[in-house]
Ligand binder design. Structure first.
Ligand SMILES: [Fe+2]
Length: 316
């Protein structure tokens, strides 16, 4: 069992990070190992207690349809007054997805782990700079899935319980285009992307087991399908100088297209032109604020451990 050192700070969490992973980090799909799954913070009892104390306005209880139903099938639900352990049982038996947003940052039990994970990644990757991070805990059913999307930030996914397959598609058309990212950055659409089943022949698939973590290039389209067991993972969404510059260029191109009738072609995220676009993008964001398209917030089901799906529809 791993735990805290004599200083009260957690001991090293990243246990394996090969030279291939180090050289490929953020350029391609890479995999490392950690020991979070052996720590007491991820027992059922600890997670149940976290669900009970984590602010409900930072917690999403969701379900979703099949692959062909796509992202529109996401629905939000209510946990009612079920205990943390009852909610875990409903997740284990049903088709549910609980997102404890920011839990790794705002919860006093998990924050030391988060700090250590980030410190380990910085120590293992000289020159790695992080400007901002959001990190939460996902607890999901054996049959749950997340449909194809591109995150605007860089992502590291730390897998702790159960098995899941993540498929990562090339950061290129037709999977994702500069126009998709422009629209996402301009909040005209969510991070969801169109999907064709044949694309699975072009993806890189990683089967995640407890103790593995993975990362992929910025804006890499990906979808996640749980394979077995109740799944617990930690998401880290990281803003780096490189992601900020790339997003600044894409956002600036979008402003030039939308407000000035121009047709910028270059999405290069290097050189003086890129920094000029980043500055222009920051100015444009101050001038013209966008309101974010929110995920569906109306709750249409209640969690119910006695139902095979783990929930029952609310009366219309
Ligand atoms: Fe993602």
């Amino acid at each position: 069992m791993n735990g805290t050192g004599e200083t009260g700070k957690p001991e090293k969490i990243v246990t394996e990070w090969s030279s291939d992973a180090r050289s490929g980090f953020r350029k391609k799909v890479v995999v490392g190992r950690h020991d979070l799954h052996q720590r007491p913070e991820f027992s059922d009892e600890a997670l149940a207690a976290l669900i009970e104390r984590h602010p409900r306005d930072l917690t999403d209880f969701c379900t979703m349809g099949d692959l062909t139903d796509g992202a529109d099938s996401w629905r939000a639900g209510d946990p009612g007054d079920l205990s943390g352990l009852e909610l875990l049982e409903a997740v284990r038996a049903g088709k549910l997805w609980i997102n404890l947003r920011e839990a790794m940052m705002v919860d006093a039990v998990y924050r030391p782990l988060f700090d250590r994970m980030l410190a380990d990644m910085k120590a293992n990757n000289p020159g790695y700079r992080v400007l901002n991070v959001e990190s939460g805990i996902l607890i999901s059913s054996p049959t749950a899935q997340v449909f194809i999307h591109s995150d605007v930030s860089e992502t590291i996914l730390w897998h702790v319980c159960g098995k899941k397959r993540i498929r990562i598609y090339p950061t290129a058309a037709p999977y994702v285009t500069d126009r998709h990212m422009e629209a996402i950055l301009h909040k005209e659409q969510t991070e969801d992307l169109p999907f064709e089943p044949a694309w699975d022949n072009e993806c890189e698939a990683v089967d995640l087991e407890p103790g593995m973590f993975t990362s992929w290039p910025l804006h890499g389209p990906h979808r996640v399908q749980n394979l077995s067991g109740m799944n617990v993972s930690i998401t880290m969404e990281l803003v780096t100088p490189e992601s900020m510059l790339k997003n600044g260029v894409l956002h600036a191109n979008g402003v030039l297209r939308r407000r000035f009738g121009m047709d910028p072609k270059s999405t290069a995220a290097s050189g003086p032109g890129a920094y000029l676009k980043l500055a222009f993008s920051k100015m444009a964001k101050k001038l013209w604020r966008h309101s974010k398209p929110l995920p569906k917030s109306e709750t249409t089901f209640e969690i119910d451990g006695a139902s095979p799906t783990g929930f029952r529809d609310k009366a219309a």
